[in-house]
Ligand binder design. Structure first.
Ligand SMILES: [Mg+2]
Length: 349
């Protein structure tokens, strides 16, 4: 006899909030926390960085794969990654949740636990939010960060001669999703997709080390590197061999996926069209390249540093910045990328 779970339509909003509040992460920067008309958060720097990001059920996650905890974790991390990519320390999140009445209460408390698990290590609090009914789950997070006296690290600061560097993994989230979609999940890669775990502490450290440009890789390395290149008016020259370990880590998954038919239709991690390809997308080597170069949502940090700067761990060099020669963009081993691996287009097919 299975017990029917308690659903959100069965509890009053006050009662639901009473279950959520004790689970939310706190931080010393919170002056007034959840429960009043507004939260009050200290901004010792006098400036604050702010960003927002939305997760929509069946577009950004599926409830059959993602628990409430997973969605809370991912919603937090993708916002925290934006904050640290500015060279700022995450301070406070507000979270709005739209949910259908038949959502189990446990899913919602799981979401709060996931938020807390992701926020606590970086010292960020959840200071408020909103609940509403709707046809599907939507999680909207707004995050605030403290620059702690640093200058913000923008996309536009890369200069010829700089080193291009990465902190975190590439392609694991895309590979994990692809295998989930194939019904042949790899537990470790599925975790990378469900709960990405980029080295968030490296963001402010990179700023301290003099990073000239930075962003988190949410839409794929080539696409996001192209954004830095265009914003800075330079060329980012990536070295393919520097990504060998990323490709090697996905080789087994790619063999499984290549044997299992088409991969990743219609979502993050979609294997993109191959322009002028001689190999089919069923070739596992093509898949590893697509995942590493175009797979998003690992939220690794991509930064440029002046030559000779000592990069904080775990940043590793993956290329150099060159003059654009009139056409800013990305090159791999000195040539335009062989594949049209452009990452996930939110409004594309
Ligand atoms: Mg970002």
């Amino acid at each position: 006899m299975s017990e029917t779970p308690l659903l959100v339509r069965d509890v009053a909003e006050e009662a639901l909030l009473a279950r959520i509040f004790p689970l939310l992460p706190a931080a010393p920067t919170t002056i007034v926390g959840p429960g009043d008309d507004c939260a009050v958060v200290a901004a010792p720097d006098g400036r604050y960085v702010v960003s927002t990001d939305v997760l929509v059920e069946d577009r950004h996650f599926r409830r059959r794969w993602s628990s409430g905890y997973d969605v809370g974790w991912r919603a937090a991390v993708q916002n925290l990654a934006d904050v640290v990519a500015m060279g700022s320390r995450p301070a406070a999140l507000v979270v709005s949740l739209v949910m259908p009445g038949d959502l189990p209460v446990d899913w919602v408390t799981g979401l709060a636990r996931g938020l807390a698990a992701a926020c606590t290590p970086v010292g960020a609090a959840v200071v408020g939010g909103d609940l509403s009914g709707g046809d599907q789950v939507v999680v909207a997070v707004t995050v605030h960060g403290d620059l702690e006296g640093r200058e913000p690290v923008l996309r536009s600061g890369a200069r010829p001669g700089d080193v291009v560097a990465m902190a975190g993994t590439l392609g694991r989230s895309a590979a994990g999703l692809a295998l989930l979609e194939l019904g042949r999940p790899d537990p470790e890669l599925a975790d990378a997709y469900l709960r990405p775990d980029p080295p968030l502490a490296a963001g402010p450290l990179a700023a301290d080390a003099g990073a000239t440009a930075m962003m988190d890789v949410s839409d794929g390395l080539l696409r996001d590197a192209g954004r830095i290149a265009r914003a800075s008016g330079v060329r980012l020259d990536l070295t393919s061999a520097a990504l060998d370990s990323d490709r090697a880590a996905l080789a087994d998954a790619a063999r499984v996926a290549a044997a299992g038919g088409p991969v990743g239709a219609g979502g993050p991690g979609t294997v993109v069209a191959v322009e002028g390809a001689v190999e089919g997308a069923d070739d596992w080597r093509v898949l590893t390249d697509d995942w590493v170069l175009a797979g998003g949502e690992d939220h690794a940090l991509l930064a440029t540093f002046p030559p000779g700067a000592s990069m904080p761990a775990p940043f590793r060099a993956i290329g150099t910045v060159a003059a654009s020669g009139g056409s800013p963009g990305v090159a791999v081993d000195g040539a335009p990328p062989r594949r049209r691996a452009t990452g996930w287009d939110h409004f594309g097919e």
